[in-house]
Ligand binder design. Sequence first.
Ligand code: CDP
Length: 254
Amino acid sequence: MDTSNNVRASKNDAGPVVAIDGPAGAGKSTVAKAVAKIFGMAYVSTGLIYRALTLKALRMGIDVRETESLVRLAETTEVAVEPNEGECRVFLDGEDVTGELTSPEIGAYVSQVAEIPGVRSALLDIQRAIGSKGSVVMDGRDIGTVVMPCADVKIFLVADFDERVRRRVAQARERGYDVVEETVISEIMHRDKVDSGRTVAPLKPAPDSITIDTTGKAPEETIMEVAGVICEILSKNKDTKEVAGGKGDTPCFM
Ligand code: CDP
């Protein structure tokens, strides 16, 4: 049986899947890392996979408009993700490139690479393989809608534009990048537009997701809020399974 389009990631036997989606600067990675630690799950940033491919394209001098070359690159590149102690390391054809992936240069191009349908389908299997192992918190743009449509918990984080920009400027400076606010404003505006407007897997909340606005909240506040939601949903799922005599899993097809 061909299982490539047949995703059964519901109430995972191997452990739960938590999907955290949302735009840049909404707080996804901070919250996802923290709740993964609280619940003893792995943390995986799917954005880093798109960023790794973008890094390779930049290194090879491939322009973001060269769609066919980028699809071929995605199909022939080995991107491996290794969740480790709350961090997520990414290997590009065997090389650990984690430290390079959050550069402003990659940020400026990644959405254009990620909007190409052939690139997305080439990178889907690796994300589903990670999710299918279960016991994982995955952050991204389309985890709850496309990658793991039957994730046990789906959170959609949002925040005001100005606050997202402030967070991104502070984060980039902490990482040692000399960024100016205007550049960050235009990068986030551009990424929001491309991510939300693309034809395949656009950024949007899954109908069964819970939207949480992080504007004006300290990270700890959002972390506790999200942890509370996860706890509530997972214990409800457990009760449902017990009532159904362990047969609570519903197959999920795309
Ligand atoms: O951390 P930040 O929110 O800035 O971005 P990221 O999660 O590292 O993702 C970088 C880019 O990758 C996004 O702006 C999207 O264009 C793309 N992406 C995607 O298309 N689908 C995902 N599941 C994750 C990221």
